[in-house]
Every structure is written in C-alpha cells, then in structure tokens.
Design a protein around this ligand. Structure first.
Ligand code: ZN
Length: 140
C-alpha cells in the first residue's frame, strides 16, 4: 500500500467513499493551505473495498456538519503526537444552515436572499431534509 509520512499533528479523514475524495478536498479548500496535505484515492479497504483518504498536517478547523453532509460515512481522526486522540463519525447533521438550497421557488430563502436556508433532517435513510421556512422536502 502507498505510504504517506505519519502525521504528528493534524487530521485524517478516513472512509471517504471512493471517488469522492477530490470533491471533499476541494470543498474544504485544502489546496490553498500551506501545510502538507495528502489526498489518497482508491485505497484498499476491508470494510468498503476501496476508499479515499485525506491527511492534513497542522491545525485545521473543520466544518463537521458540511463533512457529514458531503459524505455521511466519513470518519474524522484527530492526531496529536502521532497518535489518534479522537475519532468521530459526523454522519448527516440534524440541522443544516446555509449548505442546502430550497427547491421551492416561492420560499423566502430563494426570493429574499437575506435569510440563509435552514433545514432539519426528517429521514436519515433517505437523506431527506425539510425546509424550516416553507416545509419543502429536499434530498441530499
Ligand atoms: Zn423553503
């Protein structure tokens, strides 16, 4: 397997659905960071067959809600002193502000523009959210 230097301090995003790594890499704006960052694609995985991974050295403030929305299966490992000190699986966020657009053309979030869309998860299996303002259902 392809090896990347171990990280002393940083974050490893694991179990990214194969093929989604680049998209997440771009969404997080990682290309413009000064610290060493690695995107690994199609890494063999016993659980998933193939997976993508992202390793980021240095401190990084992650938007976990966005990550969970982009890929609900993702695992976030926080590394300190070369060891994993915390591991979390954000999953689909219960509440999402500003990341999903409402499809209803008459919704105030699409007509007014000053209030960010707010969505609440209604069905985790179907990845379905409901608009707080108009009740429109949206799948992500
Ligand atoms: Zn709406």
């Amino acid at each position: 397997m392809l090896r990347v230097d171990r990280i002393e301090l940083g974050i490893v995003l694991d179990h990214i659905q194969a093929g989604k790594g680049l998209f997440i890499f771009q969404k997080l704006g990682l290309a413009s960071r000064g610290d060493p960052t690695a995107l690994l694609m199609n890494v063999p995985s016993s659980k998933m067959g193939r997976k993508d991974m992202i390793k980021v050295s240095g401190a990084l403030d992650l938007d976990l809600a966005m990550l969970g929305l982009l890929d609900p299966g993702i695992t976030v490992n926080y590394i300190e002193g070369g060891e994993v000190i915390r591991k979390l699986s954000p999953g689909l966020p219960q509440r999402v502000v500003g990341l999903i657009r409402c499809k209803n053309p008459r919704c105030i979030t699409t007509t007014e523009g000053y209030s960010p869309p707010v969505f609440t998860l209604v069905d985790r299996e179907k990845k379905e959210y409901r608009c707080y303002f108009c009740g429109e259902h949206v799948r992500v």
